[in-house]
Design a protein. Structure first.
Length: 146
């Protein structure tokens, strides 16, 4: 139990701060994933083949690649990409991207791919008669989903 003590003798305070950081990354990633899902779900349901291709590519690739690989790609590749773009504009110093932002964004993109499929399935499970009833009531497209 000494190892779980707070202060110089244990790891309790470090574990507490790590728990808070995990919660912060999770909440931020969930918000980012929800925004990605709101953007890509209509594209996936679109009749436009190009928009549908973009959304299908996003969900298929992100869901098919292991999550840890996506996180590594963003963390290590993101710094390289930012430094490459900066070198085009003449800035040749080292640039490091914040690990919190990188991790939350990577996990958010992964979450968004899965959430897109969940939202698509939920929308497609709505009976056709419900949409017909909304049309009879004169609801616009936005009002049909509330």
């Amino acid at each position: 139990m000494e190892l779980l003590a707070f202060g110089d003798t244990g790891w309790g305070d470090e574990l507490f701060y790590a728990t808070l950081m995990t919660i912060a990354v999770s909440i931020t990633a969930m918000i980012i994933g929800f925004i990605f899902a709101l953007v890509f779900t209509p594209l996936k349901l679109s009749k436009n083949k190009f928009l549908n291709f973009i959304a299908n590519s996003y969900t298929t690739i992100i869901r098919g690649v292991p999550e840890l690989l996506v996180i590594y790609l963003f963390f290590f590749g993101g710094t390289g990409a930012v430094m490459f773009v900066a070198s085009i504009f003449g800035y040749n110093e080292y640039i490091e991207i914040n690990a919190f932002i990188t991790g939350a964004f990577a996990i958010g993109i992964i979450s968004g791919a899965y959430s897109t499929e969940v939202f698509r399935g939920a929308i497609q499970s709505i009976d056709k008669g419900q949409f017909e009833a909304a049309n009879v009531l004169g609801l616009n497209k936005f009002g049909k989903f509330f």
